[in-house]
Design a protein around this ligand. Structure first.
Ligand code: SAH
Length: 351
C-alpha cells in the first residue's frame, strides 16, 4: 500500500478497532490501550506505543496513518491569549481551530473551537467561512486531530469543545457524532458530555435525528433573528428550514430535563429592539432555554453594530421577561480568531 493511501486510524471508533485487533490476533483490551495512546497520551507515532509488541506497532504503521493533519501556523492573540491554529489536510485544504482562554488561567474554562467541514455551503451573510463556499466534509480523524494538535502544543489536560469553527456540523452528522463520541470515551480524552457542544444553523431533519437518537451533547442553535423575514436576509437556511419549525420541534421533542440547549444570537443594530425581545420570548416559551448574545464581529457584511447602551437595554428587557441570557465576550479579534472570522483560504492564496 502506498503512503498516500493509508487509512486514518483516528477514523475508527472502538468497535472497529476491536475488529482490526481481533483480525491481528490481539486481545480485545488492546483496543482500549490504543485509544489511550492516541488520545489520552496523544502520541505522535505508533512506535511510541511501548506496551505493544514491535510487530503490532509495525503492523499498525504499515496500514494506518496516525496523524490526519499537518500544523501550518499558530497565531497567539496579544489581547487575551486566544490561539488560532491553521492545519493542512492530506489533500491540500486548509482548516482552522481556535483555543479560547475564557479567563486566562483556569483549565476548566479552556475551549477548543473545531471545524467540521472545509468551507461551508450555508451562505450566512455575516460569516467569513461562507465566502469560501463548500469544499468537503471533514473525516472524524480530521476533527479529532485538531484537538490532538491543540492539546499537545498547548499542553491541555482538560477542555471544552465547541463545533463552532468552519462548516455546518449537521451536514456532516455521522462524522461529527463519531468524533464527539470518541472525545467522550473514558479511555481517550474522556471529555464529559457537558463539555461538548454541537452548533447548527438549524438543519431541521438532523436536529430531529439528534433528539431521536438521544445524543447527550449540548446543542446550540444559531438563531440570530427571531423574525423569519429578517433571518432569511442573512441566513438562507431560513427558506428551507424555517426557525418557527425548529422552535416547534424543540418545544415538542427536546427533553426539558437535560437543560442543554443554547440559542446563539448575534447582536446587530437592527435585531435588538423591544419587538425582537418580545418575539424571542414568544418563540421560545420554555424557560429552560439559554440565550447567548454574541457581539457581531468584523467582516465585509456591512452590518451595523449596536451601541453599549442599546445592548444593555436589550439584555435588561430580556431579563425582565425571564429569558435566561448571557453575553459572550469576543476573543482573539486581533488574530481573526473570533466568531465568524475563520477562513483558511487566505493562507491558501498566500502560499
Ligand atoms: N454552522 C454552525 C457552526 C459554525 S458558526 C452554526 O451555524 O452554528 C458558529 C457561530 O458563529 C454561530 O453562532 C454564528 O452565528 C456565529 N457567527 C458567524 N459569523 C459571525 C460574526 N461575524 N460575528 C459574530 N458571530 C458570528
Amino acid at each position: 500500500m502506498s503512503e498516500m493511501n493509508k487509512a486514518f486510524i483516528k477514523n475508527l471508533p472502538i468497535d472497529a478497532v476491536e475488529r482490526v485487533f481481533a483480525a491481528l490476533g490481539e486481545k480485545p483490551y488492546r483496543a482500549k490501550q490504543l485509544f489511550n495512546w492516541l488520545y489520552e497520551k496523544n502520541v505522535g507515532s505508533f512506535h511510541d506505543m511501548t506496551n505493544f509488541s514491535k510487530e503490532l506497532r509495525q503492523g499498525l504503521d504499515d496500514s494506518y496513518e496516525l496523524s490526519a493533519l499537518v500544523l501550518e501556523d499558530r497565531l497567539v492573540s496579544a489581547l487575551d491569549g486566544t490561539e488560532k491554529y491553521l492545519f493542512k489536510t492530506r489533500d491540500g485544504h486548509f482548516i482552522e481551530s481556535v483555543l479560547i482562554r475564557r479567563d486566562g488561567t483556569d483549565e476548566g474554562r479552556l475551549t477548543v473551537c473545531v471545524s467540521s467541514q472545509v468551507g461551508c455551503p450555508m451562505g450566512c451573510g455575516f460569516c467569513q467561512t461562507a465566502r469560501i463556499g463548500f469544499k468537503r466534509n471533514l473525516e472524524p480523524a480530521e476533527i479529532l486531530d485538531q484537538l490532538c494538535h491543540v492539546r499537545r502544543i498547548s499542553d491541555l489536560r482538560n477542555n471544552n469543545v465547541v463545533f463552532m469553527g468552519m462548516g455546518e456540523p449537521f451536514l456532516n452528522y455521522e462524522n461529527v457524532l463519531t468524533a464527539a463520541d470518541i472525545m467522550n470515551y473514558s479511555y481517550g480524552f474522556h471529555l464529559s458530555v457537558r463539555k461538548i457542544t454541537i452548533s447548527t444553523c438549524g438543519i431541521l431533519p438532523a436536529i430531529e435525528r439528534y433528539i431521536d437518537e438521544k445524543r447527550p451533547y449540548n446543542l446550540a442553535i444559531s438563531l440570530n433573528d427571531a423574525d423569519p423575514v429578517k433571518r432569511a436576509r442573512f441566513m438562507p437556511v431560513e427558506k428551507k428550514y424555517p426557525i418557527e419549525s425548529v422552535a416547534a420541534l424543540l418545544e415538542e421533542k427536546f427533553p426539558v430535563s437535560r437543560n442543554r440547549l443554547t440559542l446563539e444570537y448575534i447582536m446587530r443594530k437592527d435585531n435588538i429592539s423591544s419587538e425582537d425581545a418580545g418575539r424571542l420570548k414568544k418563540m421560545f416559551r420554555h424557560g429552560w432555554i439559554k440565550l447567548n448574545l454574541i457581539p457581531l464581529n468584523r467582516g465585509d457584511h456591512g452590518m451595523e453594530l449596536p451601541s453599549v447602551g442599546e445592548v444593555e437595554r436589550f439584555v435588561k428587557e430580556l431579563e425582565i421577561m425571564n429569558v435566561p441570557v448571557s453575553v459572550r465576550k469576543s476573543s482573539g479579534t486581533d488574530i481573526d480568531g473570533a466568531c465568524g472570522q475563520l477562513s483558511g483560504r487566505r493562507y491558501h492564496e498566500a502560499k
